[in-house]
Design a protein around this ligand. Structure first.
Ligand SMILES: Cc1ncsc1CCOP(=O)(O)O
Ligand SMILES: C=C1C=NC(C(F)(F)F)=NC1=N
Ligand SMILES: [Mg+2]
Length: 214
């Protein structure tokens, strides 16, 4: 499976990001055509321990059923333990080299970058993909840094060579195509799908807006 293709519509969610039942929201998003899913159980009201573990397993099974890669945010031990397809780590998490040592060779390992320096470091460390952002203002991540804008996204894409890049932060149907035009290989969203009236329709529309002209 090519990571670049899987990055087209990358839905990220935790139980505290959605109004409804997490499993129902993710199933709708899968039906709508998300191409990768990240379990990000973080922030106020997030589950922990056994509750988090069992939700992760249920969501992984759902993604497996739809043939969509299942990625765990931050929690490397959980990702390895439940047989996820990969893990996403931030700058202040464990360094990529040591994460790699603890994960199966087949793991997809993604790294966050909030500026060009971090993006180049991730590229040089051999990240399988880079999450560049926040591109636009977002209220979903409490400690999000200053938005880098489309110019910042373009610069990161210029500097990271062949490493796939996904744009994250305030991405919605009105700016998703701009992110692709700025060179991103795909978009990552939380609220655009998790807070949508119909997560399925939101996913469908984002899939259309991010399809690369062949
Ligand atoms: C996890 C994360 N990292 C940078 S911005 C962000 C939150 C994105 O949420 P939304 O898609 O609702 O703006
Ligand atoms: C903070 C994050 C930044 N980027 C990404 C992704 F979109 F997956 F690359 N996920 C995160 N959790
Ligand atoms: Mg690139």
């Amino acid at each position: 499976m090519l990571v670049r293709e899987s990055l087209q519509v990358y839905f990220i969610m935790g139980s505290n990001n959605c109004r409804g039942e997490p499993l129902q929201v993710v199933e709708q998003a899968l039906k709508g055509g998300i191409t990768m899913f990240q379990f990000r159980e973080k922030g106020s009201g997030a589950k922990t321990g056994k509750e988090k573990h069992s939700l992760a397993i249920k969501l992984k099974q759902l993604c497996n059923h739809y043939g969509v890669p299942f990625i765990v945010n931050d929690d490397v031990d959980l990702a390895v333990d439940i047989g996820a397809d990969g893990v996403h780590v931030g700058q202040d998490d464990e360094p990529l080299a040591s994460v790699k040592q603890r994960c199966p060779k087949s793991f997809i390992i993604g790294v966050s970058a909030t500026n060009s320096t971090e993006a180049v470091q991730a590229f040089q460390a051999g990240a399988d993909y880079i999450g560049a952002g926040p591109v636009f203002p977002t209220s979903t991540k409490q400690d999000a840094k200053l938005p880098i804008g489309l110019a910042g996204l373009e610069e990161i894409n210029r500097l990271t060579g062949e490493t796939p890049v996904t744009a994250i932060g305030g991405i919605h149907t009105d700016n998703a195509a701009d992110a692709i035009k700025a060179g991103a290989d795909g978009v990552s969203v939380i609220s655009a799908i998790s807070q949508a009236e119909s997560p399925q329709q939101a996913a469908q529309l984002l899939n259309k807006l991010t399809a690369k002209k062949r």
